[in-house]
Write a protein that binds this ligand. Structure first.
Ligand code: PLP
Length: 391
């Protein structure tokens, strides 16, 4: 079976985890910091906070950006539910802006309209769909004009670049950036995520929220009479200063993540090769086209390869096509059912028809196999199966 996506684990990854199990800490040990330092250095950002998943990272980033009751957070309807849930976890309202059909990323012009009409927005969370960076210069400019924070959901985009060539996560356009290390993403840590920021204040708050709201680093104690005796800090003493979570990542996950991270550029370059070969192969298909522009491949993180198919024209439903591919041992998937179509969000009053570009995209989207170990021969099978079925 050729899946739509799959992690790549080699002997050095196995060795890294085995070494840790033999000699290391299991939960909070030196690997967490080493992993954080490596990703911070790669992005050129000052601070990194590794967490249990990108979902928990988005939750905490939204909290730090001020999401809470009577505030709202804006994201794209074409994303995984975790992006919008970050608002709800904090008691804030999710809002959506429609996508630009050319990039599948949220449309800055529509963002501006929404911000002009809603004064309660505290943060915008652009999602770099498929690893292709949103128009961050425009989004940052609009957010600045409306006094709104920017949190990049970069779950798809580790290793990608902005239009100006900067590394995604460098903080040039946002307050915080969140990466995912779920196995189908660029690198695998089992589960895991990381929040990147240049703000020391945000960094300190993220550290506290990650671990129960207990003070960290050199945060001053509130009850000094309890904290100190005879001018010395009491060795057992700690203070919980706000309601936090246990969103820590383990040293085991960090050892795997760090080992994988060393191969990131190699992973991306193989994904890029495969994506460009698909682009070239599909150029003469009448009813199928790549969902994102071929010119963007050199800067995309290329988490998924998505095509748009005119199912009405081919006279075949998407389910039928997916089953026909599966009969040929080819996996496929849809990224994503619009968040606004989920029952929970419909109950909140959202309707996908209010986001017509997202609705159109959803009708046509199909993710086809893209992963590091997809061989040229297997990719040829995928291309030929699609040629036969869709033409
Ligand atoms: C995968 C994903 C997440 C959540 O990542 P986890 O690490 O699995 O929690 C959030 N947003 C997007 C866009 C994703 O694809």
């Amino acid at each position: 079976m050729i899946p739509y996506g799959r992690h790549h684990i080699d002997e050095s990854d196995i060795q890294a985890v085995a070494d840790l199990l033999r000699d290391g800490f299991l939960t909070q040990g030196p690997m967490v910091g080493a992993f954080e330092n490596a990703v911070a250095a790669y992005t050129g950002s000052k601070y990194a906070v590794a967490v249990s998943s990108a979902t928990s990272g988005l939750h905490l980033a939204a909290a730090v950006a001020g999401a809470g009751p009577a505030r709202a957070l804006v994201t794209s309807p074409i994303t995984f539910v975790a992006s919008a849930n970050a608002a709800l976890y904090n008691g804030a309202a999710p809002l959506f802006v429609d996508i630009d059909p050319e990039t599948v990323n949220l449309d800055p012009a529509k963002l501006e309209k929404l911000l002009a009409a809603n004064s309660n927005v505290t943060a915008v969370m652009p999602v770099h769909y498929g690893g292709l960076a949103c128009d961050m210069a425009a989004i940052r400019d609009i957010a600045n004009r409306y006094g709104v924070s920017v949190i990049e959901d970069a779950a798809h985009a580790l290793g990608g670049h902005y239009a100006d060539g900067g590394v995604i996560g460098n903080g040039a356009f946002s307050d915080m950036t969140v990466f995912s290390f779920h196995p189908v993403k660029a690198i695998a840590a089992g589960e895991g995520g990381m929040i990147i920021t240049n703000s020391e204040e945000s960094y300190r708050r993220l550290l506290r929220l990650r671990s129960h709201g207990i003070n960290k680093l050199d945060d001053p104690f509130i009850h000094t009479e309890d904290a100190f005796a005879d001018g010395e800090a009491n060795p057992w003493y700690y203070e919980m200063v706000e309601l936090g979570y246990n969103y820590r990542i383990t040293d085991i996950q960090s050892a795997l993540g760090l080992s994988q991270f060393g191969k990131l550029d190699q992973f991306i370059s193989r994904r890029r090769q495969l994506a460009k070969r698909y682009d070239a192969a599909f150029s003469d298909f009448a009813n199928l086209r790549p969902a994102q522009p071929g010119e963007s491949r050199d800067r995309s993180g290329l988490h998924i390869y998505v095509v748009r198919i005119d199912f009405k024209k081919i006279g075949m439903g998407r389910g039928e096509l997916m089953r026909a591919l599966k009969a040929r041992n080819i996996g496929s998937q849809v990224h994503y059912i619009p968040v606004t179509s989920q029952p929970y969000y419909r109950n909140l009053g959202f309707r996908t028809a209010d986001y017509p570009n997202a609705a159109d995209f959803y009708d046509q989207a199909l993710s086809i196999p893209l992963y590091v170990d997809l061989s040229d021969d297997e990719q040829t099978m995928v291309i030929e199966a699609l040629r036969e079925l869709v033409g």
